[in-house]
Design a protein around this ligand. Sequence first.
Ligand SMILES: Nc1ncnc2c1ncn2[C@@H]1O[C@H](COP(=O)(O)OP(=O)(O)O)[C@@H](O)[C@H]1O
Ligand SMILES: [Mg+2]
Length: 261
Amino acid sequence: MTVQDALEGRMATTAVNSSAGMAPAAPVVVARGLARTYTLGGVAVPALRGVDLEVAAGELVVLMGPSGCGKTTLLHLLAGLDAADDGELTVAGVDLRRATQRELDRFRRDHVGVMLQSDNLLSTATAREQVALQLLARGTRWRDALDTADVLLADVGLAHRRRHRPADLSGGEQQRVALARALAGNPALVLADEPTGELDSATTGEVLGLVTRANQLHGTTFVIATHDPLLAEVATRVVRLRDGVVVPPPPGGAVQGTGPS
Ligand SMILES: Nc1ncnc2c1ncn2[C@@H]1O[C@H](COP(=O)(O)OP(=O)(O)O)[C@@H](O)[C@H]1O
Ligand SMILES: [Mg+2]
């Protein structure tokens, strides 16, 4: 199997999304007035207080804002891992506020790839198994899943590490496995929570290069929460959150990454 074969699904989706010059594709994310309040020891902690956000297919959106502003909460809602209390949320065409449990399970399995802090690699599985399990869940036969996993790992420069377990991989290598896993099966949207938070700048550069390549080459849509200015530089758009709402871009000058748009 070649990289081409492994990515065929992704390419096909991109082609459908651009619809050969027809009407623009529907946004991958549409959030309106999205709210989420946690209750901690009987005290209400509002994490999101009416988030409006649209993300078009092919964007690489970076979410920035001070610690506690709601980035992780928003990513969990977009991933279908947590439910909003109020507002509207459609991701990859699925109305997450009205979806049944079964629809939510299918949404998580088929439409989103995640690199979340709560979603670490399995300590007992090799790199290729971590990626292959993702594909197995989507109905791919185990042998084929392993073949595709090898291609995806080669694509992130880890062919020589594919039989290693997380304990035998560096932090940067673990993040690259997590990225390969998130990209497996061609999800409409990849969500990442501070993916470079614990990496040195050289390794950060490598992970960023791979993210940008997936975005530019295959049209994969990303929403990434970060404090990292290097990530903001490669974004097609920077969205700022403060106190659980999106900060409007300043008039005349959109808050924008300097990367390709
Ligand atoms: N499970 C939780 N229970 C209670 N409060 C929470 C929980 N998760 C987050 N919060 C609170 O919600 C707010 C937003 O948190 P979070 O989404 O983690 O922000 P960020 O990722 O931007 O640092 C913070 O005030 C945080 O303390
Ligand atoms: Mg966070």
